[in-house]
Design a binder for this molecule. Sequence first.
Ligand code: ADP
Length: 160
Amino acid sequence: MTTAVYPGSFDPITNGHIDVATRTAGLFEKLIVGVYETPNKKVLFSLEERLDMAKKALADLPNVEVKSFGGLSVDFAKKMKAHVMVRGLRVSADFEREFDMAMMNRKLDPELELVCFMASPNYQFLRSSLLKEVARLGGNIEELVPRHVAQALRKKEGAC
Ligand code: ADP
């Protein structure tokens, strides 16, 4: 059985992430989405909120689990007995970042294989930071995130 992990901040999960997870779940027997506990950037949602939103968003995919993790993503993959790590690529800037990270991860764990998915055209421009900015300014985000995430964003931004 091939297990894949898909690590990220998911602050919050978007339709772009869901697209990558859905495509991965169709390729491998099991996918574990790893929600990073302490990303190296300011997050809007707590770990519990990010986990809950991701779990709800991926509930229809029977071979997908959502878990939190801290530390190195290669260690998380090892703990999950995963042989594949999945990432998504939107634009060339993503490629440069992912390439560096992939080289480092290969050094740390040469047995872990990286699989990158090209973002679907509809979500090429979609990143959580831009999404949060649009939500904060009252823009329409309905087609970019599941309904429960849009509600959580509106609630959070309303409280700010
Ligand atoms: P980071 O790991 O930088 O905190 P995220 O948690 O937002 O980024 O994303 C996790 C992974 O999902 C990264 O590989 C990122 O490139 C990918 N990703 C994010 N948004 C999209 C999208 N719209 N389409 C495809 N992949 C995406």
